[in-house]
Design a protein. Structure first.
Length: 185
């Protein structure tokens, strides 16, 4: 019990002790995960890179607003998502902006045997075909390893909604992949 109390009491002390350099170091370690999430949002490598750069710039400018008692990855995912929502709103005003589908991006190709490459392309394409409301929680839980509760907090939706969306996304993927196999045979 005393260990728990001292652990809880030490968390706010870290908030005071966190430096800009520590924040930068922690953020840099998250870059691969942030980029994957940016790709799942934008479905385009150039857009994902731009989004990630904007998110890092924003985070560095507002690092003092971060509460170190909370996980940095959650805060950064929220920054990414909010910036993407803002970008989507801007694009609706501009109309006509195109994107390169993630499955067409050469940067996402994996050197492996051909069956693995084709399977990965197929699954990636099917995930990209899902509505973003289904793809985002699926990516956070299945690719990033977040719990349903953490995903609920990140996306700002009830946990039941996250569970329902992941269930629907999985069913749609299975159905879509099964249809593709029947066509190929």
């Amino acid at each position: 019990m005393m260990g728990l109390i001292s652990h809880v009491l030490s968390k706010p002390a870290r908030a005071v002790a966190m430096t800009s350099d520590q924040f930068k170091t922690d953020m840099i370690s998250l870059l691969p995960r942030l980029r994957r999430f940016a790709l799942s949002l934008t479905r385009s490598k150039p857009d994902a890179d731009d989004l990630l750069q904007d998110a890092c710039t924003t985070a560095l400018q507002k690092w003092h607003q971060y509460d170190p008692s909370q996980p940095l990855d959650r805060w950064m995912f929220r920054v990414l998502r909010n910036l993407w929502i803002t970008e989507i709103r801007k694009r609706k005003v501009r109309q006509g902006e195109g994107q390169v589908p993630a499955e067409d991006a050469a940067e996402l190709q994996v050197e492996s045997n051909m069956d693995d490459v084709l399977t990965a392309q197929t699954v990636r394409g099917k995930v990209n075909d899902l509505h973003p409301d289904l793809a985002q929680p699926l990516m956070l839980v299945c690719a990033e390893g977040y719990s349903y509760r953490e995903t609920s907090d990140l996306l700002g939706v009830p946990i039941g909604t996250v569970m329902s969306r992941i269930h629907r996304a999985r069913k749609l993927l299975v159905s879509s992949l099964a249809e593709g196999e029947r066509v190929a045979q």
